[in-house]
Design a binder for this molecule. Structure first.
Ligand code: FMN
Ligand code: ADP
Length: 273
C-alpha cells in the first residue's frame, strides 16, 4: 500500500491488530461510524481471525498495513502515511492504551498532538470485571472455556477449513464425519464440543471432536458430525462455530463403546434444542 491513495472516501479509521474482532474492537468501529474504515496492523500472527477473516465481522472496509513495512516509522511519519493513504481522514479511533510508531514510542497524547483532526480514545471495554483482549480470549479457547470466549468476542468463535479424507471408520462403525484441515486458526482444547457447521450459507447443528483419536489410529483430527442431517461429499470451505465443551477426549476399549458415547454426546445436544 504505497504510492497510491488507499481510500479517498474514508473519513475515520480505527487502528490496531484486531485479532478476534471482539467487543473492545467493536466499540472502536462504532466510533469510526459508517464512513469509517479499519486499518489492521498486520503481524501475520492472528489466530482468532487471521488476515482477511477479520472482514467477516464488520461492515466497514478493512485495510492492511504490513507491520514489517511500518515498524521503523516514527509517529510523525506514520501520521503522514495515514494522511496520504486516506486524504479525507478527519477522525482516528484507538483504545486508550494504544501505542504506535518505532519502538512503540507514540501514545494517545502524541496522536492528539500530531493529528489535526479528531482523536477518539475508547476506554478499555470489560466483560463484568474482566478486560477484553485477544490474548485473554485465546487463553479461554485453549482451556475450552468457549462461553467466556464467545461472550468476550460478542459472536461465536468460528474457524474455517477444508474438508479432507478421514480414515473411513466413522461412517462404517461410528457416525459419519467431515474431517477438517485448518491452518492459522487456534483450535480449542482437545475434547468434544457442541458446534454448528456452516457449509455455504447454511449452518447445521453439529458435534465436533478435536484431538488425538486415542481409540483408533492415535492421529490428530478435527472432525464434525452433522446432527440429524445427511450430506454427500463436501468440497467447499466450511466453518465451525463453537458453543460448549461437552467432555474430554477419551480412550475407549472398543469402537462400540465409543459409538455409545458419541450417541450420548449427540443426545445431549438434541435435548438443548
Ligand atoms: C462426537 C465425536 C466424539 C468423539 N470422541 C472421541 C473420543 O473421545 N476418543 C477418541 O479416540 N476418538 C473420538 N472420536 C473420533 C473417532 O475416533 C473418529 O471419528 C474415528 O476414528 C473415525 O475417524 P474417520 O472419520 O477419520 O474415519 C470422536 C468423534 C466424534 C464425531
Ligand atoms: N477492551 C478494549 N477496549 C477498548 N479498546 C480496545 C480494547 N482492546 C483493544 N482495544 C483497542 O483496539 C485496537 C486494537 O487493539 P489490539 O491490540 O489489536 O487488541 P487486543 O488488545 O485485544 O490485542 C487498539 O487501538 C486498542 O487500544
Amino acid at each position: 500500500m504505497s504510492g497510491f491513495t488507499v481510500s479517498s472516501t474514508v473519513e475515520a479509521v480505527a487502528i490496531g491488530n484486531f485479532d478476534g474482532m471482539h467487543l473492545g474492537h467493536q466499540a472502536l468501529f462504532e466510533q469510526a461510524g459508517t464512513e469509517g474504515g479499519i486499518v489492521v496492523i498486520e503481524h501475520y500472527r492472528a489466530t482468532l481471525t487471521p488476515h482477511i477473516y477479520r472482514a467477516r465481522f464488520t461492515d466497514l472496509p478493512v485495510f492492511f498495513y504490513d507491520f514489517d513495512r511500518i515498524r521503523d516509522m516514527s509517529p510523525e511519519v506514520f501520521l503522514e502515511k495515514l494522511r496520504f493513504d486516506f486524504p479525507s481522514l478527519r477522525r482516528i479511533v484507538v483504545g486508550e492504551d494504544f501505542l504506535f510508531g518505532a519502538g512503540r514510542s507514540g501514545n494517545v497524547a502524541m496522536l492528539e498532538r500530531l493529528f489535526d483532526g479528531e482523536v477518539i480514545a475508547v476506554p478499555e471495554v470489560k466483560l463484568k470485571e474482566a478486560p477484553v483482549h485477544s490474548r485473554f480470549i485465546r487463553l479461554h479457547i485453549e482451556k475450552g472455556e468457549i462461553e467466556t470466549a464467545n461472550a468476550m468476542l460478542g459472536h461465536p468463535y468460528e474457524i474455517w477449513g477444508e474438508a479432507v479424507a478421514g480414515q473411513g471408520i466413522g461412517k462404517e462403525k461410528l457416525v459419519p464425519t467431515i474431517n477438517l484441515e485448518t491452518s492459522r486458526f487456534l483450535l480449542p482444547k482437545a475434547g468434544v464440543y457442541e458446534t454448528q457447521t456452516c457449509i455455504g450459507s447454511t449452518c447445521y447443528p453439529s458435534v465436533t471432536f478435536v484431538g488425538h483419536r486415542e481409540t483408533t489410529d492415535g492421529s490428530f483430527a478435527l472432525e464434525t458430525h452433522l446432527i440429524d442431517h445427511e450430506i454427500g461429499e463436501v468440497k467447499e470451505k466450511i466453518s465451525i462455530k463453537w458453543f460448549h465443551r461437552l467432555r474430554e477426549n477419551r480412550k475407549f476399549d472398543t469402537l462400540a463403546a465409543l459409538k455409545r458415547q458419541i450417541e450420548k454426546d449427540i443426545e445431549a445436544i438434541r435435548e438443548k434444542r
